[in-house]
Design a protein around this ligand. Structure first.
Ligand code: ATP
Length: 361
């Protein structure tokens, strides 16, 4: 990629289709050279947001910048942006090299130079030697790479991906997402990537924009969103979360304690007022131990929550437990697979020191 990557700025951007508001006054900045995913449930507005960056839709109101340029009213052809579609959109009657060179040829590049550029782009996605094949003679993953090469050959300052892996099987999805991430880092290009798969978003992104109901629910790094979700929606969308009621007390300007079921857990209060709050407990926030490990007559130490195993599922690397407790049924994961605890057994739950977050009301 010879060109400088560009930042993308949205300032109060709205897109309405008649009475349907697909994107409601959204503001964010995607720093140049980063990979940002737009993540959210079906219908939340992520594809519309991507299509507005591409210039395939124009905003109803608000301002959009790519680099320093205001592109709010510019069509796709004037934006220096390439998009890889979910369907790949390859021309079935053209072979691989013609598909990849197509964009250069139609923009006036002579055929030999266009083919040289296409060969270079095919090399960067590991498809040398496949130039003469038709798309129908390629696997799904190879077709996906042709689609990426076709976008790369135009040397855009921004590369857009619309659910690029949804037509691939689970194993291939994983290796292709790593390839896209490697390519993005190697070329230093700005990538915006739409997905509804939270694991995919966590794996590839510098930042994730979580959307819900046409608005931004939260923006952050994968770690921010998993470890510090602000709302019930983000906590439950970004992984599994047990939601429990608790009492928050402030202990400093930044921290506090939450009391739940006899346990006192330290947390960052994030400005949330003391009193009754909702807390997210990740499945790894409490360690599960058989209570029989305690000696007869021994009283339970403070800070431990008692429970009874309701269900246990062995998953190879860990065991998932549903535990009935005084604060409700909890879904917990335990790495100790050698000594599984059977349903009906009494257990003690002890804080692991992470995975506890106070949510905004
Ligand atoms: P999905 O994951 O299902 O693709 P999405 O998050 O990408 O969903 P969008 O395609 O951006 O969602 O759609 C957001 C909202 O705008 C939806 O309610 C959708 O029905 C509506 N919408 C999208 N395109 C149009 C259109 N051309 N005309 C009318 N409504 C539209």
């Amino acid at each position: 990629m010879k060109k400088e990557p560009a930042r993308i700025v949205f300032e109060s951007v709205r897109k309405a289709y008649g009475p349907v508001v697909a994107v409601r006054d959204v503001s964010f900045e995607i720093p140049a050279g980063t990979l940002v995913t737009l993540l959210g449930p079906s219908g939340c507005g992520k594809t519309t947001t991507l299509r507005m960056i591409a210039g395939l839709e124009l905003p109803t109101s608000g301002r959009m910048l790519i680099g320093e340029r205001d592109v709010s009213g510019l069509p796709a052809s004037e934006r220096d942006v390439s998009m890889v579609f979910q369907s790949y959109a390859l021309f079935p009657h053209m072979n691989v090299i013609e598909n990849v060179a197509y964009g250069l040829v139609v923009s006036g590049t002579a055929k030999p130079a266009a083919h040289a550029g296409a060969r270079e782009a095919l090399k960067s996605v590991g498809l040398e030697g496949k130039e003469a094949r038709l798309p129908s003679e390629l696997s799904g993953g190879q077709q996906q790479r042709v689609a990426v090469a076709r976008a790369l050959v135009l040397e855009p300052s921004v590369l857009l991906f619309d659910e690029p892996l949804s037509n691939l099987d689970a194993k291939l999805r994983r290796s292709m997402r790593e390839e896209i991430r490697d390519l993005q880092q190697r070329l230093g290009v700005t990538v915006v990537y739409v997905t509804h798969d939270q694991e995919e978003a966590l794996a590839v992104s510098d930042h994730i924009v979580v959307m819900n109901h046409a608005e931004i629910a939260q923006i952050g790094s994968p770690r921010d969103l998993y470890e510090r979700p602000e709302t019930v929606f983000v906590a439950t969308f970004m992984g599994d979360a047990n939601l429990v009621a608790a009492l928050l007390q402030h202990t400093s300007a930044t921290h506090g304690d939450v009391r739940l079921g006899g346990m006192t857990l330290p947390v960052a209060h994030r400005g949330i007022a003391a009193g009754q709050v909702q807390v997210s407990l990740r499945p790894e926030s409490l360690a599960v131990q058989a209570s029989s490990a305690m000696h007869a007559g021994e009283t339970h130490p403070a800070g431990i929550l008692q429970g009874v195993i309701k269900k246990a599922a062995y998953l190879g690397t860990h065991i998932e437990y549903h535990v009935t407790t005084a604060i409700g049924e909890l879904f917990l994961k335990c790495d100790e697979v050698l000594q599984p605890i059977a349903p009906g057994a009494d257990v003690s739950l002890t804080p692991t020191g992470h995975g506890v977050t106070v949510l905004k009301p």
